[in-house]
Design a protein around this ligand. Structure first.
Ligand SMILES: Nc1ncnc2c1ncn2[C@@H]1O[C@H](COP(=O)(O)OP(=O)(O)O)[C@@H](O)[C@H]1O
Ligand SMILES: [Mg+2]
Length: 429
């Protein structure tokens, strides 16, 4: 975090002031250019008039011409029928015999000159009116642009200072600004959600670690006090708790590595059907020991995927463990593989009571257990399906959980099928 904040902006650095100033400047520049151009063009038009028109428009000029005498220049000197210059004449004031000068009234401006001046005056008036208009329009525009930005900036400041519940009010404005506010609020909501998840997760981890540690501690205290003897049964119980802790730590590590995008995967071409068959076979005895019947329904043809063998095994074991853990004796569990479009599909289905309807949207969340108190007794930490989800995603696949018709739960994993040209490319590359 930077130590120093940038200095607060000066009032004239505000967006609203800049917009109004820009509008005003543009208007003034436009009006000035209009004045200059129209004055120039009026002058040209007047100069291009035939001399007799000049006399008509400005009958005094003849008088002034004669007053000027031989030393004065003509008002409009024609050269080859074209007037080239126009010089205002200063009337000669002859000295009076008694030495006092006779005051002559200043010459009246010519009609063309009056026309020019009036035009300029009108243009100046137009500048003032349009300048005021520019300030007004600028102020309205600035309000529409600057106010929503100020609102987002205020909310951003609150979020930066740790208040993740701060949101910017949606003020009317242009589409871009409305979308800026909406996206800012979405970002703040995501941050808020992430922060809440982080806090919950820390609390959940502490909770999960505490239970097995407390069991181990109690046993050790009892050994120390001579209340219990460290007989193999008791030691096995401690061993089971330590195994639970080890698994929890390993699951947490998998999740955090996956979150950081650093989950190491040894992806090699393998046959999903064959691998599923082998794992199901090795799990069958465990399932039947607890009264479940494990069947397979596998594709005859190969189901090539590019996957990490150990991670795929972990996915299937997690699903099989759930199918045993959350069903009762006599349940049938089926491991099915299929090729569907460009997917290699693996399904684990059971004939148990299925997922609780309300739990379906949360099944893949960390530390989620549908029946908190009961499932804790089964030893699940609520990370099994979350691990399945991150591993499947790391392989570019998809995972879905649903209840099947007739009762029972089904989890479906879809992995991208390894196409023949990819496999050869992989083998040779
Ligand atoms: N086959 C299933 N049948 C019914 N409920 C299941 C099944 N598999 C998972 N669940 C429910 O989903 C929850 C989350 O499962 P999981 O993430 O594997 O956590 P756990 O560590 O509790 O096994 C479980 O607590 C359980 O309530
Ligand atoms: Mg589980």
């Amino acid at each position: 975090m930077p130590d120093t904040l940038p200095p607060a902006p000066k009032p004239w650095q505000r967006l609203s002031v800049s917009i109004i100033a820009a509008m005003l400047l543009m208007t003034i520049l436009m009006a000035l250019s209009m004045v200059v151009v129209s004055d120039y063009s009026v002058k040209r038009q007047i100069a291009a008039m035939p001399p007799e028109w000049h006399l008509q428009l400005d009958p005094d000029s003849k008088q002034r011409q004669s007053n000027a005498g031989p030393g004065g220049a003509s008002v409009a000197e024609a050269t080859g029928g074209r007037v080239v210059r126009s010089v205002p004449q200063i009337p000669q004031i002859p000295d009076r015999p008694n030495g006092t000068a006779r005051l002559t009234p200043p010459p009246r401006p010519s009609r063309t000159e009056r026309f020019r001046r009036e035009l300029l005056n009108n243009l100046l008036l137009a500048i003032v009116i349009s300048g005021l208009g520019a300030v007004l329009v600028g102020a309205v525009l600035a309000r529409r642009i600057a106010q929503p930005i100020d609102e987002v900036s205020r909310a951003a400041q609150l979020v930066a200072s740790g208040d993740l519940s701060a949101r910017a009010r949606q003020l009317p404005g242009s589409a871009e600004i409305v979308s800026l506010t909406r996206h800012f609020n979405q970002m703040a909501s995501s941050l808020d959600q992430l922060e809440r998840e982080r806090r919950d997760m820390i609390a959940d981890i502490a909770h999960e670690l505490r239970t097995p540690l407390a069991v181990v501690q109690a046993r050790l205290d009892a050994f120390e006090d001579g209340i219990l003897q460290p007989v193999p049964n008791e030691l096995a119980l401690i061993g089971a708790q330590i195994e639970l802790l080890t698994r929890l730590v390993s699951d947490l590590r998998t999740l955090s590595l996956a979150d950081a995008g650093r989950l190491p995967l040894q992806r090699l071409p393998l046959d999903l059907s064959a691998l599923s068959g082998r794992i199901a076979q090795s799990y069958a005895s465990k399932a039947s020991a607890s009264g479940r019947h494990l069947n397979t329904d596998l594709t005859k043809a190969e189901l090539p995927v590019l996957a990490d063998r150990d991670r795929l095994s972990q996915i299937l074991i997690n699903l099989l463990e759930n199918a045993v853990r959350y069903t009762s004796s006599g349940t049938h569990i089926t491991v099915q593989t299929r090729q569907e479009d460009l997917w290699a599909v693996l399904r684990v289905r059971d004939t148990g009571k299925g997922f609780d309807q309300g739990s379906l949207p949360h099944l893949f969340s960390r530390f989620y257990r549908a029946d908190e108190s009961r499932n804790r007794d089964y030893g699940g930490s609520g990370l099994g399906l979350a691990i399945v989800a991150v591993l499947v995603q790391a392989h570019g696949g998809q995972v879905h959980a649903r209840n099947v018709q007739g009762g029972g739960a089904e989890v479906e994993i879809k992995l991208p099928l390894l196409l023949e040209n990819e496999a050869t490319g992989d083998a040779t590359g």
